[in-house]
Design a protein around this ligand. Structure first.
Ligand code: ADP
Ligand code: MG
Length: 316
C-alpha cells in the first residue's frame, strides 16, 4: 500500500461522549481533537490516566463509535472506507486478551485467516522470529510470560503488514528489561518504514522514542510538537553549585526563580533561561562572597513541560 506524503493518520474535531451509566450526560472523553500523524514517524500520544488516549485509539480500531468528527487512516475515512482503513492499521490494545488454548503460531494463523490472507502468503513464522518467539511457536498462549504476550500482540498486529502500527500503553506495568526490548522492536519496525503511534504516560519513554509528541489532557489536545521543541519549552534551567565552604544563609537575587540547599555546601538555583544565563547566576553568587568549586547544570525535562502545560490547562 502506498500513499503520497499525506498524513498516516488524520483526525479532525473528534468528539466522544460515552453513554451515561445512569442519569446525567455521560463522560465527554474527547472534546474536539484535531491532529495529523506524519508518515514514517514514531508519534507519541501522551497524557495522564483518563485523558482520552485509549478512546482515540479504540475509535481508530473501530472498537468505539465516535460521537462526531472524522478520522482517516492512510487516506481512508473510517466511516466511508472502513475496510481499507482497517487494513492500513495494526493495533496493539492496552488490555492483553488471548484465547489461552491457542499457540502463538495459531494466534497468527487465525488472524491471517480473518484478513483473508492465503496460506502461502502468511508470515507467521517470520513474525514470530521478528518478536523472538520462534521457540514458543507451539506453546499454549497461557504459558507465556507477560512480556511474551505483549510481543505476540505486536506480531498479531503486523499480520497484514499494515503501514501504521498503534500501541496503546505497550510498556505499562512492564519491567525495565522488557521495556527496552519493546523499544528496540518499535525502533526496528519504524526503521523498516512503519509509522508508529504509541500512547504512554511515561515521559521518559516518549522523550527517548518519539519524533513528535502530542499531549492530551481531559479530552483536549494541549500540545503537538517535535519532541525537541517540546522539551525546549521548558524555560527553567537548574544550576547546581558546590561551594568552597558550607553556608548558613542562602544567596538571593531577583534572577533566581528558586534557590535551595541540597547539602551544607551544595546549592541548586533554578532560573528562567529566557531572562538570564548561568554566567550571571554564578556572578551573583560570587558577588555575595561565596567561592564556587564545582558547577553542573541540569536542563528541565519533558516532565517540567508536562506539569506546566497540564496545570495551565486547568487554570484557564
Ligand atoms: P486514557 O486511555 O487516556 O487513560 P480513556 O480513553 O481510557 O483514557 O478514558 C477517557 C475517559 O473516558 C475517562 O474518564 C474514562 O473513565 C472514560 N471512559 C472510558 N471508557 C469508557 C466507557 N466504556 N464508558 C464510559 N466512560 C468511559
Ligand atoms: Mg488508556
Amino acid at each position: 500500500m502506498s500513499q503520497s506524503d499525506a498524513p498516516a493518520i488524520s483526525i479532525r474535531n473528534l468528539v466522544k461522549r460515552y453513554a451515561p451509566a445512569g442519569n446525567g450526560e455521560g463522560k465527554l472523553a474527547l472534546k474536539g481533537v484535531s491532529l495529523d500523524v506524519p508518515q514514517g514517524q514514531i508519534f507519541g500520544l501522551l497524557g495522564p490516566n483518563g485523558a482520552g488516549k485509549s478512546t482515540m485509539i479504540n475509535i481508530m480500531a473501530g472498537m468505539v463509535r465516535k460521537t462526531s468528527g472524522t478520522v482517516s487512516i492512510w487516506g481512508f475515512d473510517i466511516d466511508h472506507d472502513r475496510r481499507n482503513a482497517s487494513r492500513a492499521i495494526g493495533i496493539v490494545p492496552q488490555e492483553i486478551v488471548f484465547d489461552p488454548f491457542f499457540t502463538p503460531y495459531e494466534v497468527l494463523e487465525n488472524t491471517a485467516g480473518l484478513y483473508g490472507i492465503p496460506k502461502a502468503e502468511r508470515l507467521s513464522e517470520q513474525l514470530l522470529a521478528d518478536v523472538h518467539l520462534s521457540d514458543k511457536a507451539k506453546a499454549y498462549a497461557r504459558t507465556l510470560s507477560g512480556g511474551m504476550k505483549r510481543r505476540l500482540l505486536v506480531a498479531k498486529a503486523m499480520v497484514h503488514q499494515p503501514p501504521v502500527l498503534v500501541l496503546d500503553e505497550p510498556t505499562a506495568g512492564v519491567d525495565v528489561e522488557l521495556r527496552r526490548q519493546l523499544w528496540e522492536l518499535v525502533k526496528r519496525l519504524n526503521d523498516e518504514g512503519v509509522t508508529v503511534v504509541l500512547t504512554t504516560h511515561y515521559l521518559e519513554e516518549a522523550e527517548e522514542l518519539c519524533d513528535r509528541i502530542a499531549i492530551i489532557n481531559h479530552g483536549e489536545l494541549i500540545a503537538n510538537k517535535p519532541t525537541r521543541e517540546l522539551v525546549d519549552m521548558a524555560r527553567e534551567k537548574i544550576v547546581v553549585l558546590t561551594l568552597e565552604k558550607p553556608i548558613d544563609t542562602l544567596p538571593g537575587h531577583p534572577a533566581f526563580v528558586k534557590c535551595a540547599a541540597v547539602a551544607p555546601d551544595i546549592i541548586e538555583i533554578t532560573y528562567d533561561k529566557d531572562k538570564t544565563n548561568a554566567g550571571e547566576i554564578l556572578g551573583a553568587v560570587q558577588a555575595q562572597g561565596m567561592a564556587i568549586v564545582d558547577v553542573t547544570t541540569r536542563e528541565a525535562d519533558l516532565e517540567d513541560v508536562f506539569v506546566s502545560l497540564t496545570t495551565q490547562a486547568q487554570t484557564t
